[in-house]
Design a protein around this ligand. Structure first.
Ligand SMILES: Nc1ncnc2c1ncn2[C@@H]1O[C@H](COP(=O)(O)OP(=O)(O)OP(=O)(O)O)[C@@H](O)[C@H]1O
Length: 638
């Protein structure tokens, strides 16, 4: 453990932020080239900042200053959050820095990765085979049932014709056959549903685990580029959709297909003439139904998209509640949300009417088929080509086919949804990060000094390749020294820390620890063992004084806080600070501006130089004075 990194950040309160308005010009400059509005709030906000910060400062403070400060406050809150979470939560950084992220509905769906699917399915293959066999058996039983019902009806018909027939002995055999078939059907149905449930749940659980394992290992840039919501969706609803569709396709799909084929064969065996009639009529009805169905699906998709649009308006407004409040945008937001919600309602209403018409027509068609079969079947019965039982079997088999076809048409939509949900899950389970988590060299503890060197490092974030954040950046951080980075916001301080942790790889140049390029080091060792990270807001140890005081481990036992500092002092320390007072005791202070070292030296040297560091100190003094005025004013106001 030779290197410790401190992020000594100050949490910007509203007052503090309002004080920052005094830096209007500098802030404006900073924003001019760095700030890229990403949503309507940010555009609005950006505009307001530009216009407001160009006003003369400190007019009518505090009343004016407070209002004025609020415009800035929103923007700086974003920056501040990013700063505080620069290392711990890079994805927030992304949001706050308004980087383009990948939306879920951007671009085409990925292809279904069969290899990954087989990988998660294989351990359950025997359960799956058993489930398929059971579902198939249910289908075969379902084909037999209409025939048996026919036999039963024939016995009843015989009895009504001839009262001398022994009804009970005649009906016993077909009745027992039918009852055993119903029993078998019930047992098999229970069996395949239970088996499929096991397969579905286990596969879904495996998919979730694989996906999470893969996501957590991705490069930080992956999290910069993808919204958390999108990733969570893949982990939850996509896996859920895939599981439901998978179960449905195996159970109902297999059953419906087998039943349709089996019942068509039965129909043909019962009456080829009636079957021919069906073959002509049914496909044309199915084609008509499919046409209306596809129109309804399009309508449903559009309605879903409209609901998503309304949700995203709400999401943006609620997620930016402070900005909304700061700009008194509530009525506008309500109006916008109402418009989108109304549009979604109209579309869903139309969809409902369409579904109603479709159902009505479908019922009409199906009843028409039954009537047609009765009419034609009655004629065949009159000509003794068909028995009453056969007509009964024919009707039941027709209904079974109709039910199966209806299920299959519903299944089609679910299968398409399931395949694309599965494709989205497997897209990320097979994704390999460019920077591995482990593997590479570890420096043994006895050879570890903690010399860090940035040599001509150039870097731009992969999500924003056009903006080079560090340009030929060079810095030596000698072993055991406390080196502090300071400078204007957005200068690149957090980026330097992120590169040292190897969250990203540099474009040009190199970063070395004891002369070993960090690309050759084991990343998990580097992050977990070599570099310690402390996110501390008020870290002001007088390093030199502490070193002297404890270097011979003084007579007094240090208290727990001091002990912590002592442990730290033996290491190379990189402090990233907003408050300059926290770093006055650092061995070396590097002022970072526009991705380069603008000034380097200790506090006194830099102060005497009257350069950027001196400017920063002055600026902070003004901020402190404003803060004081602000506090006094508030106290006076009670
Ligand atoms: N994850 C990211 N993806 C893309 N660009 C980023 C990312 N993080 C920061 N940036 C950009 O890199 C530049 C340097 O940012 P960085 O956070 O390193 O500056 P900083 O000096 O630490 O600022 P602060 O003091 O506000 O924390 C800024 O222009 C910022 O917009």
């Amino acid at each position: 453990m030779a290197i410790s990194m401190y992020l000594s950040r100050v949490c910007l309160t509203k007052n503090y932020l309002s004080r920052l308005t005094q830096q209007g010009r500098k802030t404006r400059e900073l924003f001019t080239d760095k700030f890229q509005p990403r949503n309507r709030f940010q555009s609005h906000f950006w505009f307001k900042q530009k216009t407001q910060t160009s006003q003369p400062l400190n007019k009518g403070f505090p009343a004016y200053g407070l209002k004025f400060g609020f415009g800035i406050a929103g923007g700086l809150i974003l920056i501040c959050c990013k700063s505080q979470h620069a290392l711990c939560e890079p994805k927030r950084k992304k949001n706050s820095r308004l980087i383009e992220t990948k939306d879920e509905d951007q671009g085409p769906d990925p292809n279904f990765n069969w290899k990954e699917f087989i990988k998660v399915l294989l351990p359950e293959i025997w359960y799956l085979i058993a489930a398929i066999v059971s579902a198939f058996a249910v289908a075969v039983v379902n084909i037999q049932i209409p025939m048996m019902l026919g036999e039963l009806v024939n016995v009843v018909a015989e009895f009504t014709k001839d009262a001398n027939v022994d009804y009970f002995s005649e009906i016993r055999q077909p009745a027992i056959k039918l009852i055993s078939m119903y029993g078998l059907q019930a047992a098999m149905t229970t069996g395949y549903i239970a088996l499929l449930s096991t397969v579905g749940e286990r596969v879904a659980c495996r998919m979730r685990k694989e996906l999470f394992q893969s996501l957590i290992r991705q490069d930080i840039v992956f999290f910069d580029a993808h919204k958390t919501g999108e990733l969570i969706n893949r982990l939850t609803s996509d896996v859920q959709d895939f599981k439901s569709s998978f179960k449905l396709c195996i159970s109902q799909g297999l059953r419906s297909a087998t039943q349709t084929i089996g019942c068509i064969v039965s129909l043909y065996l019962l009456s080829p003439k009636l079957t021919l009639l069906m073959v002509v009529v049914v496909p044309s009805l199915v084609a008509g139904g499919a046409l209306i169905g596809s129109g309804l699906r399009k309508l449903s998709k559009a309605a879903q998209a409209q609901i998503a649009q309304a949700t995203s308006v709400a999401d943006e407004a609620l997620g930016n509640a402070r900005t909304v409040r700061a700009f008194a945008m509530e009525p506008k937001e309500i109006e916008l949300f109402n418009k989108e919600a109304d549009q979604a309602m109209y579309m869903n209403e139309n969809l409902g009417y369409g579904i109603g018409v479709f159902q009505g027509l479908a019922n009409l068609a199906l009843n028409g088929i039954v009537l047609g079969v009765m009419y034609a079947g009655g004629y065949l019965m009159a000509t003794h080509e068909l028995s009453p039982g056969d007509l009964m079997s024919f009707l039941v088999a027709t209904q079974t086919i109709q039910r199966s076809l209806a299920q299959m048409s519903l299944l089609f939509g679910s299968a398409v949804r399931g395949v694309s949900a599965g494709a989205r899950v497997f897209e990320y389970t097979s994704l390999k990060p460019e920077i591995p988590l482990t593997g590479g060299q570890c420096i043994p503890y006895y050879a570890m000094y903690g010399n860090i060197e940035f040599k001509n490092v150039s870097f731009s974030y992969p999500t924003r390749p056009e903006q080079e954040v560090l340009h030929n950046f060079s810095l030596k951080i000698p072993a055991g020294k406390v080196v502090a980075l300071c400078g204007l916001s957005g200068g690149g301080k957090s980026t330097i820390a992120a590169l040292l942790e190897r969250f990203y790889d540099v474009k040009n140049g190199s970063i070395t620890v004891d002369d070993v390029d960090i690309k050759d080091l084991d990343p998990s060792w580097l992050r977990g063992r070599a570099i310690g990270f402390i996110n501390q807001r008020k870290f002001i140890p007088n390093v030199k004084e502490m070193r002297t005081r404890f270097s011979y481990l003084s007579l007094r036992w240090p208290n727990s806080k001091e002990e912590r500092y002592i442990r730290i002092l033996s290491r190379t320390v990189l402090v990233i600070a907003h408050r300059l007072s926290t770093i006055q005791n650092a061995d070396i202070i590097a002022v970072v501006a526009n991705g380069r070292i603008a000034e380097l030296g200790d506090h006194l040297t830099l102060k005497r130089k009257r350069g950027l560091y001196w400017e920063l100190i002055k600026q902070q003094q003004i901020e402190d004075e404003v803060h004081e005025q602000n506090t006094k004013y508030r106290e006076q106001q009670g």
